[in-house]
Design a protein around this ligand. Structure first.
Ligand code: SF4
Length: 91
């Protein structure tokens, strides 16, 4: 199984956002109709990898069509400006 790349992330208030996601691996969670990145953190710092090559490490949204065993199987995902996973699709 391969990991899922974060194609784009528009949440520029996140400390891991530096032209995209620089976290090594994010966790996606949230409740209801929206799935969201729970790795989001807004600190007075920029952190993470030196390039925007973040991946999805785990996803708690078992009901998403892309979720298998709490892992994301989508080829890539996009994150909106409010940390929402735009690739979420309920079964
Ligand atoms: S596409 Fe689905 S399984 Fe993948 S990170 Fe988003 S909500 Fe989780």
């Amino acid at each position: 199984m391969s990991t899922t790349a974060i194609k784009s992330c528009s949440t520029t208030t996140c400390s891991f956002n530096n032209g995209g996601c620089t976290a090594f691996a994010i966790t996606v969670g949230g409740t209801g109709e929206k799935a969201s990145c729970t790795t989001f953190v807004a600190l007075d710092a920029r952190a993470g990898l030196s390039s925007a090559s973040g991946q999805v490490g785990a996803c708690k949204r078992l009901e998403c069509v892309h979720n298998t065993d709490l892992l994301c199987t989508a080829g890539e995902i996009a994150i909106a400006d409010d940390a929402e996973c735009l690739s979420y699709e309920a079964r």
